[in-house]
Ligand binder design. Structure first.
Ligand SMILES: [Zn+2]
Ligand SMILES: [Zn+2]
Length: 263
């Protein structure tokens, strides 16, 4: 059994930690696999261009260094912690309208992928690249920030476009995704160390990048709310969401630190 987190940011985009600090944060806690997924913005929109200039997104200029550091840090993570580090990106379409905004994760990237164009084409390009495509936080995240509803609005058409849809992000479970037939994954969307206390995915497979990506594709995944003693938060989960997870056999039986329910 290995704990995994496939949505993590570093200071190559809007995260606060360096890549080595992220590796140590997870490695010291015994995680088996993580994906670092910094933002790539659109090249043609004002918001996308501004984010690139402000250093809040990877650009074609910063991407090679990002990949190089990920590669050397993946080697260190394996030697030091036996943890697999998967290079990823979060292709980010940010519009004034929540309904036109969409974030798409690509796991297992080896070249720069563009966030331009229609989401169906982006999802296809990710798979052609051999990477795993994930619809990130597709419904109301419950946070006071911009929302990304575009993928959920088109979920019927895009049903088969993604290898998984985030059923949980941070400390939030998404009942709409949970109740759907869509393939699922749970991740932290970590930007700061305190976000460690959040939903994670559990896998039982070989500690090898391809085996891990295949387990996501085959949906051999379970979820667990991971409570980090250094970063406690008091969020309560709704009993009906937890029961639904149990019912769908998505909740790992060893989720001993699941925390409290809320009626
Ligand atoms: Zn996002
Ligand atoms: Zn993110």
């Amino acid at each position: 059994m290995m704990l995994a987190d496939f949505h993590v940011h570093s200071n190559f985009s809007d995260g606060k930690l360096t890549i080595p600090a992220v590796i140590d944060l997870y490695g010291q806690r015994g995680f088996g696999a993580i994906a670092i997924t910094d933002h790539v913005g659109e090249s043609r929109t004002v918001i996308g261009k501004a984010a690139g200039h402000l250093g809040l997104c990877l650009t074609p200029a910063t991407f090679p260094l990002y990949l190089e550091i990920l590669k050397s840090e993946a080697e260190r993570a394996w030697d030091q912690y036996r943890m697999v580090v998967i290079p990823g990106v979060e292709l980010s379409k940010n519009s004034i309208s929540n309904h036109r905004s969409a974030h798409i994760l690509a796991l297992g990237v080896s070249e720069y992928l563009s966030a331009d164009g229609d989401v169906a084409e982006i999802a296809q390009a990710i798979r052609e690249h051999g990477a795993v495509s994930i619809a990130a936080h597709p419904v109301d995240s419950g946070k006071f920030e911009k929302q990304t509803y575009h993928l959920w609005n088109r979920r019927n058409e895009l049903e088969n476009a993604f290898d998984a849809w985030e059923v949980a992000s941070g400390d939030r479970l998404f009942p709409e995704v949970l109740q759907s037939r869509l393939p699922k994954i749970a991740s932290s969307d970590l930007h700061i160390a305190r976000h460690m206390t959040s939903w994670k995915t559990i896998l039982e497979c070989e500690r090898h990048p391809e085996a891990i990506l295949d387990a996501i594709r085959k949906q051999e995944v379970q979820f667990r709310f991971y409570r980090d003693k250094n970063y406690e938060q008091s969020h309560l989960h709704h009993r009906r969401d937890i029961e639904s997870l149990l019912e769908h056999q998505y909740l790992h039986p060893n989720s001993w630190n699941l925390g409290q329910y809320q009626a």
